[in-house]
Design a protein around this ligand. Structure first.
Ligand SMILES: Nc1ncnc2c1ncn2[C@@H]1O[C@H](COP(=O)(O)OP(=O)(O)O)[C@@H](O)[C@H]1O
Ligand SMILES: [Mg+2]
Length: 458
């Protein structure tokens, strides 16, 4: 049961740090506790890893990967953002925590006294790390790691070089990108004994939720929309993400422009993985959200052979169907001034056309993926097509590696056993903004319907 200290609930919004965006959308957010069985509610569940990292944790704890309470207790001191989770004994639960009107009994979980570790969301194997004298020390989960290190995938070729290169291309066309590095595996200290392919590099990115002044609160858009990680490709669209930003960001216009640029970059760079967990908010002043810097931009097309985005935009996912007119309709639907966004898209597009064809030559992206990316540019709508001159176009594939589906975020295969949160809180969350939309009505809908705006009231 997720419930809040009454002194936090009654505090003036300007006197308390924000826990999650929905509390800014509805003063009724705190009215009822959020009850779950086995799983944590989505706003907390999304702080835990998916995939192999989660399985590994569950194995160490000798529990089921969906039994999230013990997992959460283990990593609680080093979570994404500024939240800290500390287990307490069943007998020490304050009265107010159980007085929410729901029949609930405390259950003592087995919070094992293991050495602390960290949690980062996502599917890829990764570590929180600190950097000293050019070397990366894989941290102990003490909260001091200010870099994320992603080791190479055992399934897919050259992911670190791919991600590093895409982030560099994004940076040069004006996207807000944290400091990144391509790190020789030999420069990683205290790397646990994990299976590694015969590759040279890991990828590192500086954390935007850690700073010398302390932790900075952050949350991803799966948390914002109250959806579990397995729903990160569902129910929402890039319109609903933009609408949430437009309603609550501290820098509404700047974030709308940045989001438009990122949607463009995902299209240009064949990144089909910009699902809800790959967009985050940060709270630099602890209260007001703004769009977090970009992360996890990967040219996924060579791995998954898909031709579209993770979420709908202008009712389509297909990259070649997207044009400036699609962006205009996206802006209109998200209540964003098109005249404020259009010039930024034009400038970004000009930069990409100007800089990328040359820049890509010097990036560590493997030659096969370079060719595929140039090919991809030729498939886009005339608004977004990037011409490359003949010598690059005719370049032959210089590696014989086979690209398979990316080991990163998968669109399938994640089963969810166990309880599901009752949406008591979510169903009335945003009704002040859109009384027509009732999340409950949509909760059991199948995968996103192209013609439906989804359950989001944003
Ligand atoms: N630079 C960063 N600073 C802080 N948090 C980050 C940063 N990059 C990623 N994250 C967080 O870590 C999670 C996993 O990182 P991501 O690069 O998306 O890995 P994966 O490829 O496994 O999805 C993200 O969902 C986000 O919450
Ligand atoms: Mg990710």
């Amino acid at each position: 049961m997720l419930t809040f200290d009454p002194s936090y609930v009654v505090a003036q919004p300007e006197d308390r740090p924000t826990f999650t965006l929905p509390q800014l959308a509805s003063s009724r957010y705190f009215e009822k506790p959020l009850a779950c069985s086995q799983r944590l509610p989505p706003v907390l569940s999304n702080l835990l890893p998916e995939g192999a990292m989660r399985s590994h944790m569950a194995k160490v704890l000798k529990t089921h990967p969906d039994n999230e309470f013990p997992l959460f207790a283990w990593v609680g001191q080093d979570l994404p953002g500024a939240l800290i989770a500390t287990p307490i004994k069943a007998g020490e639960i304050p009265g107010w925590a159980l007085a929410g009107g729901l029949p609930a009994e405390p259950v003592q979980i087995d919070a094992k006294a293991l050495a602390q570790t960290f949690s980062l969301a996502g599917v890829q194997v990764k570590f929180s790390s600190s950097k000293k004298d050019g070397r990366f020390n894989i941290g102990a989960g003490d909260g001091n790691g200010d870099w994320i290190v992603k080791t190479p995938s055992t399934i897919h070729t050259d992911v670190p070089a791919n991600e590093y290169s895409m982030m560099e291309l994004a940076r040069s066309m004006g996207i807000m990108v944290p400091e990144t590095a391509l790190v020789p595996l030999s420069d990683l200290d205290n790397l646990p004994a994990i299976a590694l392919p015969k590759e040279q590099w890991a990828y590192a990115i500086r954390r935007f939720d850690r700073s010398p002044g302390g932790r900075i609160h952050a949350e991803d858009f799966a948390q914002v929309f109250g959806q579990y990680a397995h729903d990160k490709y569902s129910r929402q669209s890039y319109e609903s993400v933009a609408r949430a930003l437009g309603m609550f960001s501290r820098d509404r216009l700047g974030d709308a422009q940045e989001m438009a640029r990122r949607l463009l970059v995902n299209t240009l760079l064949g990144n089909g993985d910009a699902h809800l967990k790959n967009w985050s908010l940060i709270y630099p002043d602890q209260q007001h959200p703004e769009l977090a810097p970009a992360y996890d931009i990967v040219f996924t097309k060579p791995y998954v052979h898909e031709d579209g985005n993770a979420l709908n935009m202008d009712k389509t996912k297909v990259w070649k169907h997207l044009s400036m007119a699609s962006f205009e309709r996206w802006a209109k639907k998200a209540d964003i001034s098109w005249s404020a966004v259009k010039p930024h898209l034009k400038v970004a597009m000009e930069k990409a056309r100007d800089v990328w064809p040359k820049q890509i030559r010097d990036l560590p992206l493997n030659e096969r993926q370079k060719s595929l990316l140039r090919e991809h540019w030729g498939t886009l709508s005339p608004d977004f097509r990037i011409e490359v001159s003949k010598p690059w176009q005719t370049e032959t594939h210089s590696t014989s590696r086979t690209a398979k589906g990316r080991g990163g975020d998968q669109k399938d295969g994640e089963s969810v056993a166990g309880g599901r949160c009752q949406p008591e809180r979510q169903d009335h969350l945003f009704e002040t903004h859109d009384p027509e939309t009732n999340i409950d009505d949509h909760l059991d809908e199948a995968e996103e319907n192209d013609d439906s705006p989804g359950p989001s009231p944003f």
